[in-house]
Design a protein around this ligand. Structure first.
Ligand SMILES: [Zn+2]
Length: 331
């Protein structure tokens, strides 16, 4: 083993012990890091050198290894991590340093995004991003293999085989989901210059009964992708407090309790729209308070309902993007 790889293992151990101590100090329950046999080792890292990338990947202590190079690596390579997936595939992950990119200037086109379960996302200009159907298929496949695994005897060979099948199904699903999230976030940062979304505390939310679907949607991952992609594309992402975005009327600001089954927002002020569209507009309003074109004049927390006669054209109509047809799943 190359010396720095071994050092990296020690670093990780130190980090996990330190993490446990910090948790205990904070009064949380934390166990001592468990011993990991070699089968449980998922990755190892070359933090500085000890590797060479040509047609093959040369690893100090291991020799040259055949690789499939997916793309040329831009910039100066800094670190290498070798990762093993449960499906048995190995990956070489490089991090590299690249110079700052020129950010292109765009017209101001703000949008609010409401992430949901019925649709993946609802945009404040009326665009709907659906959950792709092939994801559901992959989910079903995963569920089937998991069910089969549950029927196998512990320690049996058949169980091992079934476990492998679960690993493959899981990998396929997460690859597809990530692909969808990458493409969707890319389109958004290319088409809009200002994106407002809820600051989702998925840790807190996932404990509720919606746990599974929230984690499955990959919202946290999506939010992360949006933010780093936005930086490159000259787009701004604003995170707003999620409280009451669904209950507040985006037109008059009045607040009313809604059950989860209530899919349509209808208000005494005359506003009538999809529940998630209402939320998306609220999210945008909250983020653009003070910006040009904002509807910050509407009291978001105010209880005073506007009179229907005072109603004006909602600004979000003007922002309907040329890239999408209103209401169609263009993404
Ligand atoms: Zn209203």
């Amino acid at each position: 083993m190359f010396s720095q790889v071994a050092q990296n293992v020690a670093d990780r151990l130190f980090k996990s012990v330190k993490g446990m101590m910090l948790k205990k100090k904070a009064g949380k329950i934390a166990g001592f890091p468990r011993f990991k046999p070699i089968e449980r080792m998922k990755s190892f890292a070359y933090p500085q050198f000890g590797f060479k990338l040509n047609q093959k990947l040369g690893l100090s202590g291991m020799g040259a290894i055949q690789i499939k190079k997916h793309r040329e690596i831009a910039g100066t390579i800094k670190t290498l991590t070798i990762k093993r997936m449960p499906s048995g595939k190995w990956f070489a992950i490089f991090t590299s340093e690249i110079g700052e990119k020129q950010v292109s200037q765009k017209d101001i086109l703000p949008v609010g995004i409401d992430l949901g379960i019925e649709h993946f996302a609802y945009l404040s200009d009326g665009t709907i991003v659906e959950n792709p159907r092939h994801l559901k298929k992959a989910e079903e496949k995963l569920r089937k293999t998991q069910h089969r695994l549950s029927k196998k005897n512990r320690g049996s060979k058949n169980r091992k085989k079934a476990k492998f099948k679960v690993a493959i199904a899981y990998e396929k699903l997460s690859n597809r989901r990530r692909d969808f999230l990458h493409k969707t976030s890319r389109k958004l940062v290319e088409n809009y210059s200002f994106i407002a979304m809820e600051n989702l505390n998925t840790n807190g939310m996932a404990r509720g009964f919606l746990a599974k679907s929230i984690l499955d949607c990959g919202w946290a991952e999506f939010s992360g992708m949006l933010r780093y992609k936005a930086e490159e594309a000259g787009c701004e992402v604003a995170l707003v407090e999620p409280a009451l975005t669904t209950r507040t009327c985006s037109n008059c600001g009045s607040i009313r309790k809604k059950s989860l089954a209530e899919r349509w927002h209808k208000c005494a002020c005359g506003a009538s729209m999809h529940r998630d569209l209402n939320a998306a507009i609220n999210i945008l309003n909250r983020a653009t308070a003070g910006h040009a074109g904002s509807r910050a004049d509407i009291p978001i927390y105010g209880m005073e309902a506007r009179k229907a006669s005072e109603e004006e054209t909602p600004t979000h109509k003007k922002w309907a993007s040329a890239f999408y047809e209103r209401g169609s799943p263009a993404l």
